[in-house]
Ligand binder design. Structure first.
Ligand code: NAD
Length: 251
């Protein structure tokens, strides 16, 4: 129970990697605020039914007013915020395309959600973190940022931006006792991926062949890294990106 008494805001926490992280953080004792654009209420209820403390705020992370509301709901429900897991992103709904078929509007939407969304969520929780002189931000990047995967240039660029943003935020926020780290998962059979057979069939076999540990990766494989960065054993680690992919990219 390393996180007893802590409060975690998890964006995109209604399903997939985000929901697995909610389960793991809650099992460590944290109260959970699920910030998702859909199904947050049902996901929070699933956690409460298991005896955990959980609430939700309907949130589109690309909306500044929604992210402010997210932080207000967390403060109202639980009185503090200790952990922000920036997990929401456009990924599992992607259609793979060569870069020349991507338009400016594809790029803008991607950057709005995947990059500006994480920025807005950091800004929203900052007053609570500064007041406590403590806080943990964990940004979900992706192994693709290091490998140059084809067919999703705008997504790869968005996840590369998260690695850089994590470093600068760590530098700027260290003096306030705020630690900022990133987790970069490999291809993961999340709920969203299961709903996109094109993505699942194109990437799954290739991913398993190209990793040291020859099996599919599941959301539960990532949550240990999230809990580590959220907990007491990571108290002097900031600005880092941990690749969790069964040994596909050695970072
Ligand atoms: N699944 C993978 O293979 C994989 C690999 C590397 C990194 N990632 C990253 O992990 C994270 C989760 O991926 P996943 O596969 O679990 O996704 P998923 O599609 O299963 O779940 C995504 C969740 O985010 C929510 N969401 C999407 N856009 C949102 C928005 N604008 N505001 C609020 N919520 C929003 C969705 O409603 C959903 O609940 C993402 O950051 C993704 O880029 C995934």
């Amino acid at each position: 129970m390393d996180l007893a008494g802590k409060v975690a805001v998890v964006t995109g926490g209604a399903m997939g990697i985000g929901f697995s992280a909610c389960e793991a953080l809650a099992a460590q004792g944290a109260a959970i605020l699920i910030a998702d654009m859909k199904d947050g209420a049902a996901a929070a209820k699933r956690l409460r039914d298991r005896g955990y403390k959980a609430a939700h705020a309907d949130t589109d992370v690309s909306s500044e007013s929604d992210t402010q509301h997210m932080a207000e709901v967390a403060m109202k429900e639980f009185g503090r915020i200790d952990i922000l897991l920036n997990n929401a992103a456009i990924y599992s709904t992607l259609s793979l395309k060569p870069f020349e078929e991507l338009g400016v509007s594809d790029w803008r939407k991607m950057l709005d959600v995947n990059v500006i969304g994480q920025f807005l969520c950091c800004k929203a929780v900052l007053p609570a973190f500064k007041a406590q002189k403590a806080g943990r931000i964990i940004n979900i990047s992706s192994g693709v940022a290091f490998k140059g995967n084809p067919g999703m240039l705008h997504y790869v660029a968005s996840k590369g931006a998260i690695v850089s943003m994590t470093r600068t935020l760590a530098t700027e926020l260290g003096e306030h006792g705020i630690l900022v780290n990133s987790v970069a998962p490999g291809f993961t059979l999340s709920d969203g991926v299961h709903k996109n057979p094109e993505l699942a069939s194109t990437v799954s076999g290739f991913s398993v062949r190209n990793r040291a540990l020859k099996r599919d990766m599941l959301p539960a494989d990532i949550v240990g890294a999230v809990c580590f960065f959220a907990g007491p054993h990571a108290a002097f680690i900031t600005g880092q990106t941990l690749v969790v992919d069964g040994g596909a990219y050695y970072h």
